[in-house]
Write a new protein. Structure first.
Length: 128
């Protein structure tokens, strides 16, 4: 066990959405001997998951957020000192990509429709 008071926890992070629905988490933290930080994604309707456990002063990672109807997400940092929980707090908030558009009853008949051209050809055939 350490004698004296530990310095304040200093962890900063941000999430940026990239093409293809990929999220990039970047972080900066003041490293302390024996300290680890676990970053987790949380949000209503989305199962919580650990993204990374690290003691690195800075870094980044990419991940694909779960696609759920409720899109608001938080990245929570859990700081441990020598294996014991020290602090847990939200370090970033973001909005996950929307679910894809689903259409009920849509069927594919095997004939790809070429936008515009198919309708013109059909009109010519009907008019003669």
């Amino acid at each position: 066990m350490r004698a004296g008071k530990l310095p304040a926890v200093d962890v900063k992070a941000k999430v940026r959405m990239q093409r293809g629905g990929i999220a990039r988490l970047t972080w900066n933290l003041k490293p302390l001997a024996g300290q680890t930080v676990t970053f987790a994604e949380e949000g209503k309707g989305a199962p919580p998951r650990v993204l990374k456990t690290t003691s690195a002063a800075k870094g980044s990672l990419t991940y694909k957020p779960y696609l759920m109807p409720m899109r608001s997400r938080e990245v929570v940092a859990t700081v441990e000192q020598d294996g014991k929980p020290r602090k847990r707090f939200v370090v970033a908030r973001y909005t996950a990509p929307p679910l894809g558009v689903m259409t009920a009853g849509a069927q594919f008949d095997g004939d790809p429709v070429h936008e515009g051209r198919h309708d013109r050809d059909l009109d010519r055939a009907v008019r003669g």
